[in-house]
Design a protein around this ligand. Structure first.
Ligand code: ARG
Length: 475
């Protein structure tokens, strides 16, 4: 009896049992079991509210709450076996409650539908998970700042089109990635702040005739207020899409960092070496040490983008309000968050333990060609229009290439022959260090600018750390 009521609460209307093929096809408990904590929290809040509103007796609510707590303990220690025939986590919980407390369990669902229940659970889950994701992201951001702090003096070429362009400090480079990841953090924070309205009490789609107190459950569950529109509360999945797209953007950033690490780790670049503890070997070629972590993270970014696309396409074309298609929202969401957390964790370790080959970087940055722009800008300071300066320096570059000599080997006379304002000492002018120090604008690679950026980064890290607190539940 209890079984029938809970695994098929709609059995009254049906004359035949479900075909076993349908039963396993429609079941979601193997993945939505992850929502059990949130599901229990929502049910406890709902039961207490029902009693306050006089829909249940206090003692009935007490029985339900104690039963739900027991279900929680059984789920936590893994003793409760979940049954796919009871479709999802919501019905599995209710079914177990029946066994524990008897028919009063049938009162819990008063004024509630699985539609508002699952929307509430998912919102609570995202509110719980976003701080966890932000915390592992904070670890990687801290690693980048630590590296930057120790690598202000390391100079390497900055690249455009993967061609050596101009020298930068390695600290400046790490801080560039820090900036992107800080925006990711801020997007995650915003996304969580927007998950502020409780779907609970929206019922199947049009509320309920019972006198629920939606404000009470909303506040009890940590939301700001009840969702304003019952149809929207049931049918929206934009918070999940937002979290997925934030996660996808984050993964694209990680992928780009990883692509760079793969390049830098190659013999062709030789800029870095990954620590043995974050590398793998080849089963065939004994000499190899592969940057598999970086490649895997790069690969997994595709998977997370797929998660986002999966839910976007699932939602496209669905009319209001709940449609069963929406059960497909959970796996991509869970996968994206899980994948991003795992990637952040291994990438933090990989970058923390990376060995930087300062000599290789410096040698690559020492090519005087990288300072051709400086030469043009020297002419601009002598009032030469930039376009003309560019042309003059272009001819000097062609001349040097023709002569097979570096720019720094051209004599002062040769240079002034191209333009009288090029009366410089090539030996001091073509130094990467001098060039860097001349780039002292805000956001630039000069030591002064990098030091200021480092202080700002430290401050940002502290702010995030305080916000996430020891328990990580931001207000
Ligand atoms: N397992 C369902 C889901 O995740 C719960 C909602 C079911 N609602 C319904 N009317 N069948 O979406």
């Amino acid at each position: 009896m209890a079984d029938e009521k809970t695994s098929k609460p709609w059995a009254g209307r049906f004359q035949k049992a479900a075909d076993p093929a349908l039963e396993s096809f429609s079941s979601s408990v193997h993945f939505d079991r992850r929502l059990w904590r949130q599901d229990l929290r929502g049910s406890v809040a709902h039961a207490r509210m029902l009693a306050k509103q006089g829909i249940l007796d206090e003692s009935e609510a007490e029985t339900l709450v104690r039963g739900l707590e027991r279900v929680g303990r059984e789920l936590a220690d893994g003793t409760l076996e979940l049954d796919p025939a009871a479709e999802d986590i919501h019905m599995n919980v209710e079914r177990r409650l029946y066994t524990l407390v008897g028919d009063v369990a049938g009162k819990l669902h008063s004024g509630r539908s699985r539609n508002d229940q699952v929307a509430t659970d998912l919102a609570l889950w995202m509110r719980d998970e976003i701080p966890r994701l932000r915390r592992v992201l904070l670890d990687l951001r801290s690693v980048l700042v630590e590296r930057a702090t120790g690598e202000v003096d390391v100079i390497l070429p900055g690249y455009t089109h993967l061609q050596r362009a101009q020298p930068v400090r390695l600290a400046h480079h790490w801080l560039a990635h820090f900036e992107a990841l800080s925006r990711d953090d801020s997007r995650l924070r915003d996304a969580r702040a927007r998950i502020s309205h409780s779907p609970l009490g929206a019922g199947a789609l049009a509320g309920t005739t019972l006198p629920l107190d939606r404000d009470a459950t909303a506040l009890e569950l940590g939301f700001e207020a009840p969702a304003r529109n019952s149809l929207d509360a049931i049918s929206s999945r934009d918070a999940a899409l937002e979290l997925l797209s934030n996660t996808a953007i984050l993964m694209i950033h990680l992928s780009r960092i990883c692509e760079e690490l793969v390049l830098w780790n190659s013999s062709e670049f030789g800029f870095v070496e990954m620590d043995d503890s974050f590398s793998t070997g080849s089963s065939l070629m004994p000499q190899k040490k592969n940057p598999d972590v970086a490649e895997l993270v790069r690969g997994k970014s595709g998977r997370v983008v797929g998660d986002l696309v999966s839910l976007l396409v699932t939602m496209k074309g669905l009319p209001l309000a709940y449609n069963r298609d929406m059960q497909e929202d959970k796996e991509p969401l869970f996968d994206a968050v899980e994948t991003a957390c795992a990637c952040l964790e291994v990438l933090s370790g990989t970058i923390r333990t990376l060995r930087v080959n300062r000599q290789a970087m410096a040698a690559a940055a020492a090519d005087p060609m990288l300072l051709a722009t400086d030469l043009a800008e020297h002419l601009v300071e002598a009032r030469v229009p930039f376009r003309e300066a560019h042309e003059v320096v272009g001819r000097i570059v062609a001349h040097a290439l023709d002569a097979g000599a570096p720019l720094s080997a051209l004599s002062r006379d040769t240079l002034t022959g191209f333009h009288p304002a090029l009366d410089i000492d090539p030996a001091t002018f073509f130094s990467a260090e001098r060039s860097l120090e001349a780039r002292s604008l805000v956001g630039g690679p000069a030591r002064k600018a990098v030091d200021a950026a480092l202080r700002e980064a430290q401050r940002l890290i502290e702010t995030t750390r305080e916000e996430l607190g020891a328990t990580g539940d931001p207000a």
